[in-house]
Design a protein around this ligand. Structure first.
Ligand code: PHB
Length: 390
């Protein structure tokens, strides 16, 4: 070989190595998972529970999914939509994660969905209910392990109508989750013959409820429907009681109002009725095993957020298993999830065409430190997926 031929051969080998490098790295080596969650602010406890649940499932699989070790990259999104695009780009562009997992806040999740859609990065949403994520913004690479805001709201609308209440005032934070939860409630409640007579709100994450509670006391509705969560939910339940409304005007809510919050709410939460896709007393072997392992690992009781994090990891495992760890095979990854039955602690669920859980919504009542299931409010409730073209 002449020196020139040597050089050409070396160049060809180098080029081949470059081409083979990224392709080979797609199904071997560590899988980079980007956790974008709130670790500060009113939803901090929710973000931590999601991460705990996710890590628990991975640990149960021996630290690997589809044979790949998991490497975590974390960003605190602060539940701040104005920082969301920058934050998600830290994970996609800087850390070059294979999969995004996040988040809690609907406004932040919509920015994540936009970025996932643009870049084709896999996204699993472990809480945020923004209807658009599995509606107008749906995409083959976007999945949700939690719920749509419409789901618990709609189920509670049916419950409250059946109880014979006619005139309801709603109160929530003014952003996608609050608006859509109320919209779902109103759709079912008004179909059942009731009327939402006043829709009260305050900006997220404000907790100055006093003036609005005074307005409710003056309006004297048959009942109140609300969506609050995290630290805000603790304060709302305490303020509702302190305003003298508990026991006078029945309060109904999406189950987030009393999930992960009962310790702090104490007696002010007693007997509250809520609707959600999880409850503390399901008593199934699957849920018992999950709760036991969670409590042993973290010295904490799990809540709905822990379940959603756990199931996000299960869903990732199902998709990865079908493509033998090769995340570049997006169609096969999605096909496997569309056909899957996820063995969740909440009970098994499937995914709708738009990739949102089709699931039972429980009617729960607060009893001591537990959200006890008192029955299924709506069986196999599927979000309508309005606006999804896929
Ligand atoms: C949301 O913003 O979608 C959201 C936040 C907290 C919850 C539920 C939904 O508990």
């Amino acid at each position: 070989m002449t020196p020139r031929m040597h050089l050409l051969a070396a160049c060809a080998a180098a080029t081949f190595a470059l081409m083979a490098g990224p392709a080979a790295a797609q199904n071997t080596g560590k899988l980079k998972v980007g956790l974008m969650l709130p670790y500060t602010g009113t939803f901090a406890a929710l973000g931590n529970a999601i991460e705990n649940g996710f890590r628990l499932y991975v640990a149960e699989q021996g630290g690997k999914l589809a044979g790949r070790e998991i490497e975590f990259f974390k960003v605190d999104d602060e539940s701040d939509p104005s920082k969301a695009t920058d934050n998600v780009n830290k994970l996609i562009k800087r850390d070059q994660v294979d999969v995004l997992v996040g988040t809690v806040h609907s406004g932040v999740a919509m920015a994540m969905a936009r970025a996932a859609k643009e870049t084709g990065t896999l996204l699993i949403v472990p809480n945020a209910g923004a209807d658009a994520v599995t509606g107008a913004m749906c995409a083959p690479n976007i999945f949700r392990s939690s719920f749509s805001n419409w789901q618990p709201g709609y189920a509670m609308g049916e419950v409250v109508a059946k109880k014979g209440h006619k005139n309801v005032v709603t109160i929530t934070w003014k952003y996608a989750a609050g608006d859509e939860s109320v919209k779902g409630f109103k759709e079912a409640f008004e179909k059942g013959g009731g009327k939402v007579t006043k829709e009260l709100s305050l900006p997220f994450p404000n907790v100055e409820f006093q003036a609005l509670l005074t307005e409710i006391a003056a309006a004297k509705p048959d009942a109140v429907y609300t969506f609050f969560a995290g630290g805000g939910a603790v304060k709302f339940v305490k303020d509702y009681a302190a305003a003298g409304l508990k026991g006078k005007i029945p309060l109904y809510a999406a189950g987030f109002l009393t999930d992960g919050t009962l310790e702090a709410q104490g007696a002010d939460a007693a007997d509250l009725l809520t609707t959600l896709h999880y409850a503390d007393s399901l008593g199934t072997p699957r849920d018992n095993a999950f709760r036991l392992n969670y409590a042993k690992t973290y010295k904490l009781q799990p809540d709905v957020y822990a379940v959603q994090g756990y199931d996000a990891a299960q869903m990732l495992g199902v998709g990865l298993g079908a493509v033998k760890g090769d995340v570049s095979k997006k169609d096969a990854f999605a096909d496997a999830l569309r056909k899957a039955k996820i063995d969740s602690p909440r009970g098994p669920f499937t995914l709708s065409k738009a990739h949102n859980p089709v699931q039972d919504i429980y009617l729960r009542q607060v009893s001591g430190k537990e959200n006890k299931s008192i029955g299924v409010a709506t069986k196999s409730l599927a979000d309508p997926g309005r606006g999804c073209r896929m």
